[in-house]
Design a protein around this ligand. Structure first.
Ligand SMILES: NC(=O)c1ccc[n+]([C@@H]2O[C@H](COP(=O)([O-])OP(=O)(O)OC[C@H]3O[C@@H](n4cnc5c(N)ncnc54)[C@H](OP(=O)(O)O)[C@@H]3O)[C@@H](O)[C@H]2O)c1
Length: 438
């Protein structure tokens, strides 16, 4: 099968490609990449992704041999792809996987729209050309696989329905959800009006792998865990109604790659959610502190538990802190205050995801997943299967938290620095984490 893939430098797509290398006997890839902001070119970026993949050396060599990398610029015509390459893509591509998106919650609408809406429209234009080419030449129809998100539904007072072919989003939580909803409306229209072969995937929140707890990016719940560990979460909100629908990245990749490689399901929406198995936020809160208390690698480091407050009070505190730090920055021009404002804004944008009512129906999708893939339901957040196939209660939790301590949240937390700080508490307080990530 010949694939055109976007998002290979991200969190989810590399795992899908790993799986396709095992599930498809003769995979050929075109990977769409752009230079990064540090000046790394597309070849260097691709090489480093290949190096990081969980594949043996001969499979990696096969992947490199069977891959072409395509430089793209979403803001240009035809994605900025050179004309000869664009024609080659139209002629050869059998399946498109559009997994690229800007997943940050704090971006201005006009900016994030380019990566999430304009990009999807241009991917569809390419798909449309492929479709026509294949029809004219009597070839098997192509399929477009698009990764949407359950959060495109925005604020919903009731459980979020599986309403395909309809879609009635609520008020968006942020510009990410807003632009992902716009892109979904655009894509659904192509299915409804033109009967196109398009499959949409709707993961909820993607967490570390069920297999080993590993993740490529430490955002959202990882940031909350990190702040709690560092004692920088003085207040938090939990209640018995709010649940976190988190699905392991390897399960998401397994479902998507099965759908693509088996080539039997070609139109519709698959919600990739825990549904009724989603974990209560109270459980996360307690299990998180319990684990970090017991396994703290920094001698003498004291983890202070957050004080539980109602959600409205937490919101008020965040806004108050933001105004204070903004004012302090205005008068002192000390960058620390600006960084704090950014951090608090990010926390605010996380709140609907962490403490908002989000319940995802997944009954229809579960049946489709059972029918069209070899995957069962999502391993729920607290239960996982170990290497012997035995169910381990709360095992997933321990795996992802073990990973945060082993990697220092992917390098965000410097344990040595934290240890020095712990040993010399009189020094001026400084953040023990060096960068804030998307
Ligand atoms: N992570 C989650 O919890 C979650 C949950 C539900 C749905 N999803 C969806 O799953 C998909 C993959 O998410 P992810 O977590 O893997 O995201 P990610 O780790 O942030 O990766 C995003 C990928 O998209 C690429 N990209 C973004 N804007 C681009 C642009 N303008 N031009 C070229 N490439 C661009 C990035 O390339 P660069 O490296 O060049 O920036 C990167 O490869 C997205 O569609 C997302 O909406 C994610």
């Amino acid at each position: 099968m010949i694939y055109f893939v976007t998002g290979i430098t991200g969190t989810v797509v590399p795992l899908i490609v790993e799986d396709l290398m095992k599930k498809d006997t003769d995979p050929v890839f075109y990977f769409a990449l752009r230079k990064d902001t540090k000046g790394n070119g597309i070849q260097a970026r691709f090489d480093s992704v290949v190096k990081s993949l969980d594949l043996d050396q001969s499979t990696k060599r096969k992947l490199v041999k069977n891959s072409k990398i395509v430089e793209i610029n979403v803001e240009k015509d035809n994605l900025g792809i050179a004309p000869e390459m664009y024609s080659e893509l139209i002629k050869n591509t059998e399946k498109i996987l559009h997994g690229a998106a800007d997943v940050r919650f704090d971006q201005p609408y006009d900016k994030i729209r380019i990566s999430n809406v304009v990009f999807s429209e241009k991917i569809y234009s390419l798909f449309d050309e492929i479709k026509k080419f294949r029809k004219t030449h009597g070839k098997k129809e192509a399929t477009l696989y698009y990764i949407s998100t359950g959060y495109a539904y925005g604020k919903y007072k009731k459980p979020i329905p599986e309403d395909f072919p309809e879609f009635h989003p609520g008020k968006p939580d942020n510009t990410y959800a807003q632009t992902k909803a716009e892109a979904k409306i655009f894509i659904l229209d192509k299915i409804n009006r033109l009967n196109d072969r398009i499959v949409l995937f709707e993961p909820t929140i993607i967490g570390g792998a069920a297999k080993n707890g590993k993740t490529r990016t430490y955002n959202l719940h990882y940031v909350v865990f990190m702040l709690a560990y560092l004692g920088k979460l003085p207040f938090f909100t939990v209640n018995d109604v709010i649940t976190e629908d988190i699905v392991p990245v390897d399960w998401v990749a397994a479902v998507i790659s099965d759908i693509m490689a088996k080539d039997e399901y070609h139109q519709g929406v698959l919600r990739l959610a825990s549904g009724p198995e989603a974990v209560p936020i109270r459980f996360m809160y307690e299990a998180g502190y319990d684990y970090y208390f017991k396994n703290d690698p920094v001698p003498g480091h004291k983890i202070t538990k957050a004080r539980i407050v109602p959600k409205w009070f937490l919101l008020f505190l965040l806004q108050f802190q933001k105004s204070v730090n903004r004012t302090l920055y205005f008068f002192t021009r000390n960058k620390r205050f600006r960084k704090l404002v950014k951090g608090i804004s990010l926390m605010e944008s996380y709140l609907p995801y962490i403490a908002g009512y989000k319940v995802f129906e997944n009954e229809k999708s579960t049946k489709l997943i059972e029918k069209y893939t070899d995957c069962g339901t999502a391993p729920s957040l607290h239960d996982i299967y170990n290497e012997k196939g035995e169910l381990v209660k709360k095992g997933y939790y321990n795996k992802i938290m073990k990973d945060t301590l082993e990697t220092g949240w992917g390098g965000l937390v410097d344990f040595e620095r934290l240890e020095k700080k712990t040993a010399a508490p009189c020094k001026a307080p400084q953040a023990a984490y060096s960068a804030s990530r998307k």
